[in-house]
Write a protein that binds this ligand. Structure first.
Ligand SMILES: [Zn+2]
Length: 425
């Protein structure tokens, strides 16, 4: 292991392989993955741990992380009170404040094996303080973490003073992705204009699109169909993502069936955010209460790429969170009833390859020639990772170990004798 990004790892397990492997990394790139040879001189012995690519968090709000509780807590835990608390917090935003909190959250992500992050950034601020701060952070972390920034109009494009100009200015300053929030605009017509404006800006700056779309329990909120149509017409499916789309959970089945069909044809992707949405949606319901989730199972079955994001880490909307994408995958499995054998693998895929697809990462994966951004877990399979929620034993960025967690062990006293519990079958 050295600063140039060369590393030789012995005894890794790659999911689905019966034999252990050895990996050679040179200049930050995976040069070879071969059957384990007993004479291999290794820098790191993975002891049979599971080797996976860096986890991906394709949807988080780094400008709001770690603000929970100040200037006041969210007493009700509702979305509405969260928005109120955030508007009270915004006047205290400085570049230094945003940088300090965002970098702390990124360290949490790194410890959890997440080296690919797409952050939405609220641009409804005439000074664009948070965006400028996160552009600084993006440059500071670039050797280790790929950080993409979405120009996100939290308070609307057409119902916020100078909304369109602020979106344009955010893209000009260097945002990587165009955002939107059509369901939050005051009228259906403005919602359509919100989506159309995002596509116009994406064309102007040649950037991808990731819109907060239909994040409501209103079964009449139907802006994803507009996104799918525009993505299909332009052949831009690979560069278009709709985030949240929780209204899909409330659509009638005939409409949902039609919509999922056109989404599959458009080639665009969906990002579900099960942590926030399962606690924030359905709040106007008595019982039965809706789950506030998009139709993950049906979307996956139709071949629509579905990734999953952390969304919040201790902010006015969600007071919990540690940056663990495994916990996100676990919540996705539970809330989406995705406990079939293949479905659990799809949940892991939603925080790895599907997330990389959303972020457009081409050098991603465990294969020769790919960038050596890798994670080793002390578990035999991805399903065990979702079940046990371990922190990674080692996190490797460009061939360098950038985070590690010592093995956690538990002993129980059993008939007077200490026994080690593995939690494995
Ligand atoms: Zn969000």
């Amino acid at each position: 292991m050295d600063a140039s990004g060369s590393l030789r790892i012995a005894n890794v397990r790659i999911e689905g392989d019966s034999e252990l492997r050895q990996v050679v990394i040179e200049e930050g790139v995976i040069r070879s993955i071969q059957r384990q040879d007993k004479n291999f001189a290794a820098d790191l012995d993975a002891e049979g741990g599971l080797l996976v690519p860096s986890l991906v968090d394709p949807h988080v709000h780094l400008d709001a992380v770690l603000t929970e509780g100040f200037p006041a807590p969210n007493y009700s835990g509702t979305l509405i009170e969260g928005i109120e608390r955030w508007s009270q917090r915004k006047p205290y935003l400085t570049e230094e404040d945003v940088i300090t909190r965002a970098e702390e959250a990124i360290r949490w992500h790194m410890g959890q094996g997440v080296l690919k992050i797409r952050s939405h950034v609220d641009i409804c601020d005439p000074n664009l303080t948070a965006l400028k701060a996160l552009i600084t952070v993006r440059e500071r972390v670039r050797d280790v973490v790929t950080l993409q920034l979405v120009a996100f109009p939290q308070d609307g494009i057409f119902c916020f003073p100078d909304g369109p100009e602020l979106m344009d200015e955010a893209m000009r300053l260097g945002a990587d992705v165009v955002g939107g929030i059509p369901h939050y605009e005051w009228t259906r017509e403005d919602g359509i204009r919100d989506v159309e404006y995002a596509f116009k800006l994406a064309e102007k700056y040649d950037k991808p699109i990731d819109i907060h779309c239909d994040e409501t329990d209103d079964d009449q909120s139907r802006f994803v169909e507009t996104m799918a149509k525009l993505a299909y017409e332009r052949g831009w499916g690979q560069r278009v993502t709709a985030s949240h789309t929780t209204a899909m959970g409330s659509y009638n089945d005939a409409y949902a069936f039609k919509l999922i069909r056109i989404l599959a044809r458009s080639g665009m992707a969906i990002v579900a955010n099960p942590l926030d949405n399962v606690v924030l949606q359905g709040r106007f319901d008595t019982y039965p209460k809706r789950r506030g989730m998009t139709r993950v199972k049906e979307l996956m079955a139709a071949g629509v790429p579905v990734a999953a994001g952390h969304d919040s880490i201790m902010d006015p909307w969600y007071p919990l969170g540690t940056g663990s994408q495994l916990f996100v995958a676990s919540m996705l499995a539970h809330v989406g009833q995705l406990t079939g054998t293949e479905e659990l693998k799809q949940c892991f895929n939603s925080i790895t390859y599907a997330g990389a697809r959303v972020m457009g990462l081409e050098d991603y994966g465990v294969a020769e020639g790919k960038k050596a951004d890798l994670v080793i877990f002390d578990v035999p399979s991805s399903t065990d990772a979702i079940r046990l929620l371990p922190r990674p034993r080692w996190v490797i960025a460009g061939g360098r170990v950038v985070a590690s967690t010592p093995p956690v062990t538990t002993d129980v006293l059993w008939n007077g004798i200490e026994q080690r519990v593995s939690y494995l079958r």
